[in-house]
Each structure stands twice: as structure tokens, then as C-alpha cells.
Ligand binder design. Structure first.
Ligand code: S3P
Length: 444
């Protein structure tokens, strides 16, 4: 089992950029695959999760050339051009792939089965199966979890669906199925969730209308091909944003080409209200997505009560926020984040176990965490003790504790880290290049 040894380091500095956005890379492969004509995607994230989507699209009959590590050319087969894979489609660790494919495949006139790794096989899938069944799809889960069995659909109907949770995966699965429905479909969310699907669908010429938290998709006759430059993943940048606040020199750490879609950047608002100095430079558009460079300066942080409305905008960044909160003055409270319980791991339990192992005073809550910051020790570097933590096979838990090494009294051993490759290939090298003393080890 692979592990990290994160030795204490006191400074991160320089200029860096992070790999492409995972959510956008998945969606680009799927939409370009059912578009008409040739799509070109640069800045593609060649991580294990996105490569699972790439293999599945190939198995469904789409020709995809990997020109180099981050550039793919997709020969779209059109809305009705996918073919049966003839075998179960393995989504690996990728919840996004499984949920979005459930939507896309439930509209096809052939049967499919979706499977995944041990973590994914335990994750809830009824959240997508239920609305898809309302559309007339034949989707079966096993006690709510994968394998997901999808029968061939005749004709789906448009629905008006109010999602019980603010999930971009559920919304996107419904919108993908809605491309094939006989009538328009409306999805209403209880809070804002990432809108990459909507932006990209519009880029393919699909007519969507959005009023407040409701989005209506009007079924198109065709999708046009995409020319896309995928921005750096804000969720990957998040680890280095926190690193910069804890340990950058006065001139700051510069992170270039970060996607700043406002439905993703709740962490910026949270860290700024904790006192974080993060400057947005060179703001621009990359196709339909906002992008900028971030200059992160060392900042004394103070604990806050995180406003609930920011939780869905920062859901993937909460593990690393807990690390920042441990280094702040006073208490930080995160509530309304029960979704953390059903991510790649139970992230509240996994972070709580790790924080305990490193002697951080905190209380796990059913829907979040209370963390007692130790800012006075921050100056001397001893917020976290040396110790061993288990990432529980969760990439974001592993990378969060690697960042904690910037304020640790001794080495932090992080176990079960191989899944970092699901979202952030090259994390160790990049972290080392800006100053973290991180070593990857294959444990015997
Ligand atoms: C994602 C949506 C979020 C997020 C996940 C990626 C997406 O999940 O946590 O990492 O690409 O749509 P939910 O839709 O379950 O909130």
C-alpha cells in the first residue's frame, strides 16, 4: 500500500500551475462523444477518474485520440451513435463518471452495467436512479448502491424535478438524459451547485434557460463539437492556496490558470473571511469558464462559523479547510455538510481520525466539524504533532494532511494514498517543487 511521508517544511514559494479540472474533463469527453464532428480538448486532466470516462466512451464506440498527456481529440458519434459496450463499464473511483453515465446511458436503446472500485460500490446511486425512473428510464441499483443496471430506453419524458440535495452530479445526470426526452426538463436545486454541464451544453448549442435555482433544458436535435481549453482545477489549487496562506514568503505563492467558476469558489470567500490574503490577477475567460492567476500571501487566520450557503460551493475543499482552521486563532464551525459522509470516504470521520492522531482538538458533528485553532503555536510551527494518519483511500484526505506538514512538529505518515492519482497526477512532484518535503513510499 502506498504512503506519503510528509516532513515538516516551513516555506512554499514560486510560481506553479495545477492540472486540468476534473469535472470539466469528464463532461468534455461525454458531450464531445455525442456531438457531431471533431472536438479538441486541451488542458485535459489525464487522471485515473477521467481516464475511466475516456475508456468507457471508447467502449461505447467513440474514437478518442490522446494526442499527448493533456490533449484529446474526440470523434463525436452524434446523439444516437453510441453502441453497446458488451461488458460492464468500470468507473474506478469516479462518482462523477458513474452518476453522469447513468443519466447518459439510461436514454440509449441498449442495456449497460456500471461498476466501480470498493469505495464507489458503496456510494449512493438512488439519488440519480429515482429521477431517471420518473423520466421513464429502466435504472436499477442494488440496495441503493452499484452495480447500476440500465435497460434500453424507449422514449424518455421530460420532468420537473426538485432535487432534495444540491448535487451537480444528480443535476447533470438528469440534464444528460433530458437531451433525449420528448419534452423539456426542469431541475431545481435547493442551493447552488457547480454549473459546468450547463455552460458546456450551451457551448454545444443546446438551449437552456435558468431562473434562480431552476434550469430547463430544451431537447436539441444535435450537439455541435467543442473546442475547449480546460482550466486548472480549483479543487487541486485549494491545497496550495492553504499552503500559501500558511507558509508563503511575503511576495506570495503564485498559482496560474486556475478555474474560478463562481459555483466552485466558496473556499476563497471562506478563507478571506478568516483573514486570508488571496489576490485574483489577470482574470479572463477560457471559453465559457472564468480563469485567473492567484497570488496567495502568508496570513494569520481566525476561526469563523462558515455560512451554510457557502458549503455546497466548497464541498470538495472542506478537508483542507479543516487544516487551515486548525492553524487559525479561535474556533471554526462547519455545519450543513452532511454530504461529506458519502464522498470517496466518510470525510468527517476520516478527517476527525487524522486530526485526533495529530492532536488537534476538534469535535466531529453529524453534518460537519468544530475545530479549535492553535494559532499561537502556529508561529513556532507546532499546530500538528508528528503522527500517522489513514487517508482511507481518499485522495483529498491524503493531500490535506500533506499540507498539514507545513505546521507539524515532526513527520506525518499518510497511509493509503494511491488514489491521489484519481484527481491529481504529479501532486508529489509539484508539492516538492514549491517547497513541501513530501516523499512517496510504497509500504511493504
Ligand atoms: C462533482 C460534483 C460534486 C463534487 C464532485 C464532483 C461534479 O459532487 O463533490 O467531486 O463533477 O459534478 P455532488 O454532485 O455529489 O455534490
Amino acid at each position: 500500500m502506498q504512503s506519503f511521508e510528509a516532513h515538516p517544511a516551513r516555506r512554499v514559494a514560486g510560481t506553479m500551475s495545477v492540472p486540468g479540472d476534473k469535472s470539466i474533463s469528464h463532461r468534455a469527453l461525454m458531450l464531445a462523444g455525442i456531438a457531431e464532428g471533431i472536438s479538441e480538448v486541451s488542458g485535459f486532466l489525464a487522471s485515473e477518474d477521467c481516464l475511466a470516462t475516456l475508456s468507457a466512451m471508447r467502449a461505447l464506440g467513440v474514437r478518442i485520440e490522446q494526442v499527448d498527456a493533456t490533449r484529446v481529440v474526440i470523434h463525436g458519434v452524434g446523439l444516437r451513435g453510441l453502441r453497446p459496450a458488451g461488458r460492464p463499464l468500470d468507473m474506478g473511483n469516479a462518482g462523477t463518471a458513474m452518476r453522469l453515465f447513468t443519466g447518459l446511458l439510461s436514454a440509449q436503446n441498449f442495456a449497460s452495467q456500471l461498476i466501480g472500485d470498493a469505495s464507489l460500490m458503496k456510494r449512493p446511486m438512488e439519488r440519480v436512479a429515482k429521477p431517471l425512473r420518473e423520466m421513464g428510464a429502466d435504472v436499477r441499483t442494488h440496495d441503493g448502491t452499484p452495480p447500476v443496471d440500465i435497460g434500453g430506453a424507449k422514449r424518455l419524458r421530460g420532468i420537473d424535478y426538485r432535487m432534495p440535495i444540491a448535487s451537480a452530479q444528480v443535476k447533470s445526470a438528469i440534464l444528460l438524459a433530458a437531451l433525449y426526452a420528448g419534452e423539456p426538463t426542469t431541475v431545481t436545486s435547493p442551493a447552488v451547485s457547480r454549473d459546468h454541464s450547463e455552460r458546456m451544453l450551451e457551448g454545444c448549442g443546446v438551449h437552456l434557460s435558468t431562473v434562480a435555482l431552476s434550469t430547463t433544458l430544451h431537447p436539441p436535435s444535435r450537439l455541435s463539437a467543442l473546442q475547449l481549453n480546460v482550466p486548472g482545477d480549483f479543487s487541486s489549487a485549494a491545497f496550495f492556496i492553504v499552503a500559501g496562506l500558511l507558509a508563503a514568503p511575503a511576495e506570495g505563492l503564485l498559482i496560474q490558470n486556475v478555474g474560478l467558476n463562481p459555483t466552485r469558489t466558496g473556499l476563497l470567500d471562506i478563507l478571506r473571511s478568516m483573514g486570508g490574503r488571496i489576490e485574483v490577477r489577470n482574470a479572463r475567460l477560457s471559453g465559457a469558464e472564468p480563469v485567473a492567476d492567484l497570488c496567495v500571501r502568508p496570513s494569520p487566520l481566525r476561526g469563523i462559523r462558515v455560512p451554510k450557503e457557502l458549503v455546497s460551493l466548497a464541498i470538495d475543499e472542506l478537508p483542507v479547510l479543516f487544516i487551515a482552521a486548525a492553524c487559525a486563532q479561535g474556533e471554526t464551525w462547519v455545519t450543513g455538510a452532511e454530504e461529506l459522509r458519502v464522498k470517496e470516504s466518510d470525510r468527517i470521520a476520516a478527517m476527525s481520525a487524522g486530526l485526533s492522531a495529530l492532536n488537534v482538538v476538534h469535535s466531529p458533528l453529524p453534518d460537519g466539524m468544530r475545530i479549535e485553532g492553535r494559532s499561537s503555536e502556529a508561529q513556532s510551527g507546532n499546530v500538528f504533532s508528528a503522527g500517522e494518519v489513514d487517508s482511507c483511500g481518499d485522495h483529498r484526505i491524503a493531500m490535506s494532511f500533506a499540507i498539514a506538514s507545513l505546521r507539524a512538529a515532526g513527520p506525518i505518515s499518510i497511509r493509503d494514498v494511491a488514489n491521489v492519482a484519481t484527481s491529481f497526477p504529479g501532486f508529489v512532484g509539484l508539492a516538492r517543487s514549491v517547497g513541501l518535503a513530501l516523499e512517496a513510499e510504497a509500504a511493504v
